[in-house]
Ligand binder design. Structure first.
Ligand SMILES: [Zn+2]
Length: 163
């Protein structure tokens, strides 16, 4: 898949040439590592569930519960966090809502800690807000105050992973 690079225009104008150069000449990984040196250690479904629950309890106490949070090896969940495509969070059984399930692509096991947080925040906020409304992004920013920057840098991360 050829990456859509239009997101670069969302970076401040003076650093756009640098971002193009990183993509063309390589060096995204070093750039991201300098910005986000910290790795996260969330590698199992159990750890992921705890991580998401802790965020929910802290910031979204009144939201519906999450029943399951899992890493997913399929390709289809990679772009969820960018709002390009979204999980079906709620499973239905004969029209009855049964479960809120969050799926996070396994590719993000390798993401820097801050970008991993952004991905989980995006999916978590969907438990409360189904679509990308203003209140959706307001809540994202409440939990992750650099959400917008992280979302941009997440695209660089995906490019660095060959996606
Ligand atoms: Zn979304």
């Amino acid at each position: 898949m050829t990456s859509d690079l239009s997101f670069i225009e969302e970076y401040p104008e003076k650093i756009q040439p640098k971002i193009y150069a990183l993509i063309e000449d390589g060096g995204i990984e070093d750039y991201l590592h300098d910005l986000y040196p910290e790795e996260h250690k969330i590698l199992t479904d159990k750890a992921l569930f705890t991580y998401a629950q802790d965020l929910r309890k802290k910031y979204m106490k009144k939201s519906p519960p999450i029943h399951k949070v899992v890493f997913d090896d399929g390709d289809e969940n990679i772009y969820n966090a960018l709002g390009l495509k979204d999980n079906e969070l709620i499973l239905f059984d004969n029209g009855h809502k049964i479960k809120n399930v969050m799926r996070i692509s396994s590719i993000f096991k390798n993401a820097p800690a801050e970008l991993f947080l952004m991905v989980v925040v995006h999916e978590l906020v969907h438990i409360k807000e189904r679509s990308h409304t203003r209140s959706f992004y307001r809540l994202c920013h409440l939990i992750d105050e650099d959400y917008t920057q992280h979302e941009l840098d997440l695209r660089l991360f995906l490019i660095s992973q060959g996606l």
